[in-house]
Design a binder for this molecule. Structure first.
Ligand code: CP
Length: 339
């Protein structure tokens, strides 16, 4: 894709070269994300960070990424705090906010809403998650993490095995991941879900058309026995008609240290887009895995800042200027550097 001035709405926009480019730029952001260096390349730029659904990581890491490049962040959280609650259209909101901002990140509960918003925006729009449709920046940071984890074992993104586990029907991160995997070769994908929450057919078809092996099952233990990556997901309660309906599936798949030790190969990487549901009735990724060195969930969240910095640098066309304004940080950074 042509990054400068472009929107980031769907994984469909990217080819393999684009992914390589994003990951190379993300690598170059490490000194800044780890607070070894400061850059002011986006000095004066404003991000409109608009989250009409709850978020911790996506909202704060997009904001931090913009700050780390020297820009400022203005936030709107919750429909009730926006004129959308008074009936304003996405078109009008986009026309207005793109006059106040140099880039906009948006999360919205309705599939397709961020793309609709982008058609009226005068500045790049990045999809922070639209309903049960896509979460492209999450998929990018997940794949970036997988790349790093595999590389640590001398492996590459072509020819690996992954199990996607949980609510595959409503989980937008797994939808974007499936699309992203089609750009790579010889991936074995095991889809583990209750029958009612299976991966929508379109994503299975895309994986198969790309030549990948796809197995669909409702059994956890046998599925995690021969994979390089387990990727658990939360039951997306907010997409169900009622909490009672979500409760039918919550807690169906629980990965804990005992199950990991019994079934997984050594060094199987444990991932989750987060938030994990740590309530007793759910617990799809148990806290007793916290000391497992293969638990990559907090490496994922750290990598999210790098990938989101890369996306801003690419769409605002400052990749080659980041280092020009760089200087060393003045404050104590010891703890972070030993992460
Ligand atoms: N992974 C993710 O989207 O997390 P948040 O909902 O906290 O942004």
């Amino acid at each position: 894709m042509d990054f400068p001035g472009g929107h980031i709405l769907s994984i469909d926009q990217f080819d393999r070269g684009d992914i390589d480019r994003i990951f190379t730029v993300a690598d170059s952001m490490e000194p800044y994300a780890q607070r070894r260096k400061l850059t002011k390349v986006l000095d004066g730029a404003i991000l409109g960070n608009m989250f009409f659904e709850p978020s911790t990581r996506t909202r704060v890491s997009f904001g931090s990424a913009f700050n780390l490049l020297g820009g400022e962040v203005r936030e709107t959280t919750g429909v009730e705090n926006s004129a959308i609650a008074k009936g304003e259209s996405l078109y009008d909101t986009a026309r207005v906010l793109s006059g106040y901002s140099d880039a906009i990140v948006m999360r919205h509960p309705q599939a397709g809403s961020v793309a609709e918003f982008a058609t009226a925006s005068r500045v790049p729009v990045l999809n922070g998650g639209d309903g049960d449709n896509e979460h492209p920046s999450q998929a990018l940071l997940d794949l970036y993490t997988i790349k790093k984890e595999l590389a640590a074992n001398g492996r590459s993104l072509d020819n690996f095995r992954i199990a996607l586990i949980g609510d595959l029907k409503y989980g937008r991160t797994v939808h974007s991941i499936c699309k992203l995997l089609t750009l790579f070769k010889r991936v074995q994908v095991t889809l583990v879900s209750p029958t009612e929450l299976k991966m929508p057919e379109q994503y299975v078809d895309q994986l198969q058309s790309a030549g990948h092996t796809v197995v669909e099952t409702d059994q956890l233990e046998e599925s995690i026995a021969k994979v390089d990556i387990t990727y658990s997901t939360r039951i997306q309660e907010e997409r169900f008609a009622s909490r009672d309906e979500a409760n039918l599936y919550r807690g169906r798949y629980r990965l804990n240290q005992a199950i990991y030790t019994q079934y997984c190969e050594p060094n199987t990487v444990i991932m989750h887009p987060l938030p994990r549901d740590s309530r007793a009735g759910a617990n799809e990724l148990d806290n007793d895995l916290n000391e497992n060195p293969n638990l990559a969930i907090f490496r994922q969240t750290d990598n999210g800042v790098l990938v989101r910095m890369a996306l801003f640098a690419l769409v605002l066309d400052v990749v080659d200027q980041v280092d020009r304004s760089a200087r060393e940080v003045a404050w104590y950074t010891g703890g972070r550097l030993t992460q």
